[in-house]
Each structure stands twice: as C-alpha cells, then as structure tokens.
Design a protein around this ligand. Structure first.
Ligand code: 5GP
Ligand code: ZN
Length: 119
C-alpha cells in the first residue's frame, strides 16, 4: 500500500494490489516488478511506496529514500545476475524524455549490451 496514493496512478494501483504485477523484490519502502514490455533480458522497475512524480521530486522530498531506491536497484541487479556484466539504471524524467507513468520508477536494464548515447 501507499501512504499517499494518487487515484489515477498506475503504479499506486500496483502497490494497492488493484493491478497485477510480477514482483521480484519487495521491502517496506520499495517494490520491484518486471516491466510489461521488456526492453532487455532483465527489465525491472523499482518504485518507492510513496508517490512522487519523478526522480528530482523524490530527491528534493526525501534524499534518504532516494538513496535507498538506488541501493535496491543494485540488489535487483545482483539478484538478476547482471551486476557483474553491467546494467543500466534509467529515470525517464518528463514526457519529452519518454516518461509515461508519473510515479517515479527506476528502470533496471541488463543482460545485453547498450549503446551510448542512448538514442
Ligand atoms: P516510462 O516510460 O514512464 O519511463 O516507463 C513506464 C514503464 O512502465 C514502461 O516501460 C512500460 O512498459 C511499463 N508499464 C506500463 N504499464 C505497465 C503495467 O501495467 N505493468 C507493468 N509491469 N509495467 C507497465
Ligand atoms: Zn503513484
């Protein structure tokens, strides 16, 4: 559940159990689940259980939770077996950058190579 749920937020609905998700890891402060449209062999979304619209807003509101979320991304990568080969943590921020769900989420992508710049 979420302390501050937003009624039209898809990820608040996942946290509330109203929309199903394939959960890979859960803590008291975060949930990690598989992206429905994976862009890599490992593609997990890691979200805080508090609603914040994007990474910058989360960092401004709660730096400690931001650090916790990043640490959880590392734990997911380790559990998925991509920590050693390398992985990418992405926070799309704003619709122009491809953000479509305005509940902050880290994409943890791994299991293949990645180009730079990302395109
Ligand atoms: P964004 O584009 O906002 O950075 O990322 C949103 C992500 O959420 C996309 O990669 C999209 O595939 C994923 N997504 C959208 N709807 C659902 C859903 O209902 N369940 C899950 N697990 N992922 C979703
Ligand atoms: Zn939300």
């Amino acid at each position: 559940t979420t302390a501050n749920p937003v009624s039209d937020c898809l990820f608040c609905k996942i946290l509330a159990g109203e929309v199903p998700a394939t959960v890979v890891r859960e803590t008291d402060r975060t949930l990690a689940f598989r992206d429905i449209n994976p862009q890599a062999p490992t593609h997990v979304l890691v979200i805080p259980k508090e609603h914040h619209p994007n990474a910058a807003a989360l960092a401004a509101a709660d730096p400690e939770l931001t650090a916790y979320l990043l640490r959880e991304c590392g734990e997911v990568a380790r559990a998925e077996g991509v920590a050693d080969s390398g992985y990418r943590i992405v926070f799309n921020t704003g619709s122009g950058a491809g953000q479509t769900v305005f509940h902050v989420h880290a994409h943890v992508l791994g299991g293949r190579g990645f180009g730079w710049p990302p395109g």
